[in-house]
Design a protein around this ligand. Sequence first.
Ligand SMILES: *Cc1c(COP(=O)(O)O)cnc(C)c1O
Length: 461
Amino acid sequence: MAPAMHEWDDETNLFAHSVIGYAIERLRLPKDTQWGAHPADVLRVALEHVITPEGVGGLEALRVFRDVLLPACRPMDDPMNLAYVPTAPSVASTMFDLVVSASSIFGGNWEAGAGAIAAENQALRWLADLAGFPDTAGGVFVSGGSAANLSALATARDAFTKRRGSRPARYAVAATDEVHASVRAAARVMDIEVVAVNTDEHGRMTGEALAAALAAHDREFPDDSVFAVVATGGTTNAGVVDQLDAIADVCEQHDLWLHVDGAYGLAALCSTLARHRFRGIERADSFGVDPHKWLFAPYDSAALVYRDPAPAAATHAQHGAYLDAVDRGDWNPSDYAYHLSRRARGLPLWFGLATYGTQAYTDAVDSALRTAQAFAGEVERRPGFRLLLPPELSVVLFTCDGWTAEQYTAWSKHHAAAGEYLVVPTSWRGEPCLRICVVHPRTDPQRVIEILDDLAAAAPA
Ligand SMILES: *Cc1c(COP(=O)(O)O)cnc(C)c1O
């Protein structure tokens, strides 16, 4: 039986409590650790009779989700998920995400969502303060680091064109090979060039390399106009922070917009152990950081912060007859990225900060950093393993003597299928290797170190 769509009768009541009870159960209980890929045909069969003219009822739909669909999703917040960049949303931020959904807030403009926006801005202010941005800074929560990069670069290009007074033959941004794939994707969407900047032996962009790349590009393509530099505050593959201060010097000399992509790493601005690595962030024009990665908020949430938000509004604000009646008021998040309607997706971070206090965030980020350091130390100590880089943040790259890429992959799949942990291979400077990325404060360092025992036992003959 289907409950009423917008009425609160007894059946709706029962159904709503079942759903919320189930959400709490999901938070409390260990997840089914299904790390591998799932057969599409099982899911197709399970879904065959679900969407019908009459509806199957909420409890049946919930059953399908619980028994078939969710087990076919990876538990991204499992403390032993050490692949890609995992997530570790807190209880408070996750539960509050339900409240945000239940409240139907339009987070696009002040008129409609002032209360939510004021709180989101408080959370953005916490980040802006950590970065040393001025009081006039401001921004918006978008869906992810990819959206943040695209919106920041679109702003930077528009500001550049206005300053210049005309469009150049070609636009370009400068970035290294270690930059996240979303920056190249944004360049494709914007139809602009990417000027490749060499990295040092740690995979970092240095000021010198940036200056050299700009000079060389200028000689070769004098018609290109480089308008921005994308530096990374914690590369995804290696967790390495570019030399932000020296890069900012070059950007200043060349009058270039500096965007710092910190989707993963800038969370460590709140840490005691890694904060110093971001010296120079205070000189950026914009930065992004994903609370859904390492700031304990659920998907999807990325903070985009501008030193001066005015150019962003000039680029992104939408106007139309149907919007004329809007009293735009104090602050309109819609104006600061490519979107109009938006979920107030910064509220779960805000609620978590309010609930636990900022010190809890510092402690939680430090704890992941310590786990990565402990693991890296053990890699260095043990014969048969090689640490490829001293970890700057919570990513550790390492090799097992004599292993090939195929052996890493087979080993990774075996332990994924067993539901023990997810560690996937990558490569560093062309060499196949293993990579762990820790974000969960409850990842047990001892269990991570025991992965080395498994690797030693699995060593190819
Ligand atoms: C993850 C990541 C992104 C992309 O973020 P999404 O939230 O997945 O869109 C961008 N940049 C860096 C450095 C990242 O680690």
